[in-house]
Design a protein around this ligand. Structure first.
Ligand SMILES: NC(=O)C1=CN([C@@H]2O[C@H](COP(=O)(O)OP(=O)(O)OC[C@H]3O[C@@H](n4cnc5c(N)ncnc54)[C@H](OP(=O)(O)O)[C@@H]3O)[C@@H](O)[C@H]2O)C=CC1
Ligand SMILES: O=C(O)C1=N[C@H](C(=O)O)C[C@H](O)C1
Length: 265
């Protein structure tokens, strides 16, 4: 597959470029940077710290290169991802978006796009997080409102959005398992709340150092609690997952796909 990586200098973009460059089933055709960056015009291999030229340019105009690709992989910013989405739709290209931080209205645009392009949205491309999501669904279905559910997510000091996209996805899965909508039961921080409101899902975000990503869901019952946790040591699992998602779209028609589809969960 011919692949364009958005933001190849970013934490994720760099790793995705490195992983895609290793794969036999992928050919990188361009990296796309914000206009005015000093690395525009350089070779993608050097920009993504592969340490050798790939013979692939870094440009600052997606529209100029988009027709040469089969799939776009976007891990950039909320604002830019929406522009990438519009161009993918206009040019009929498959899109893997792992960017987080969208409002409900913005997210609806990805669902709408899926009517015309193969669209894979993944707040978290790690295999284990997506398996954890299945566990969360099972536990919540069993416990219902008998447990007090709290989510604690930890990330690096530079992360732009809070709570994380992953924790929102986890909250949605658990809310649906209780027959509810997350927007009706999510509580962000609980300072001064006593007693704790039953049937709600609490959110807590911690930002420190260079923690790549940790998510713990607490199911608090009387006299006992269950904690389900996922930790990453670095961002590699996300980059590998993102490339697997892109490869999955190769023979797909328009539709809204997820990592659950890729992993057949
Ligand atoms: N789905 C998943 O599994 C994961 C998702 N994420 C999400 O991915 C996103 C990116 O995270 P991360 O890599 O840590 O962030 P970074 O800030 O390290 O990278 C973002 C990149 O986007 C680039 N960018 C910004 N604007 C544009 C533009 N207009 N055109 C092209 N490129 C642009 C930046 O360019 P420049 O460097 O020049 O400023 C930067 O390289 C976040 O939303 C994060 O939450 C992160 C990890 C895993
Ligand atoms: O910004 C990150 O780093 C991550 N973002 C995603 C999120 O918001 O959930 C996925 C992962 O947690 C890493």
């Amino acid at each position: 597959m011919k692949v364009i990586v958005i933001g190849p200098r970013g934490k994720m973009g760099k790793l995705i470029t490195q992983v895609a460059a290793e794969r036999d089933d992928m050919e990188l055709v361009a990296g796309v940077a914000p206009a005015g960056r000093d690395y525009v015009g350089q070779d993608l291999g050097m920009v993504a710290l592969i340490g050798r030229n790939l013979g692939v340019p870094v440009v600052d105009d997606l529209a100029a290169v988009i027709d040469g690709c089969d799939v776009i992989i976007d891990f950039s910013t909320r604002e830019n991802a929406l522009k990438v989405l519009d161009l993918a739709v206009k040019h009929g290209k498959a899109l893997v978006c792992g960017t987080t931080g969208f409002s409900e209205e913005e997210f609806a645009r990805f669902k709408e796009a899926a009517k015309t392009i193969p669209m894979l949205y993944a707040a978290n491309t790690s295999k284990l997080v997506n398996i954890m999501n299945k566990l969360l669904e099972m536990v919540t279905k069993t416990l219902g409102e008998d447990a007090d559910i709290e989510i604690l997510e930890m990330h690096d000091q530079w992360k732009k959005d809070a709570p994380s996209g992953t924790s929102k996805e986890m909250g949605e899965i658990m809310a649906h398992a209780m027959g509810k909508e997350l927007s009706d039961i999510a509580v962000y921080g609980r300072e001064g709340e006593s007693p704790r409101e039953k049937g709600t899902i609490g959110y807590h975000s911690l930002r420190a150092g260079n923690i790549p990503s940790s998510h713990t869901v607490f199911f608090g019952c009387m006299g006992e609690r269950l904690e389900i946790t996922h930790h990453t040591y670095n961002w590699e699992c996300f980059a590998r997952g993102a490339c697997d998602c892109a490869a999955y779209l190769e023979d797909k028609g328009p539709g809204f796909y997820s990592v659950q589809d890729v992993l057949n969960l």
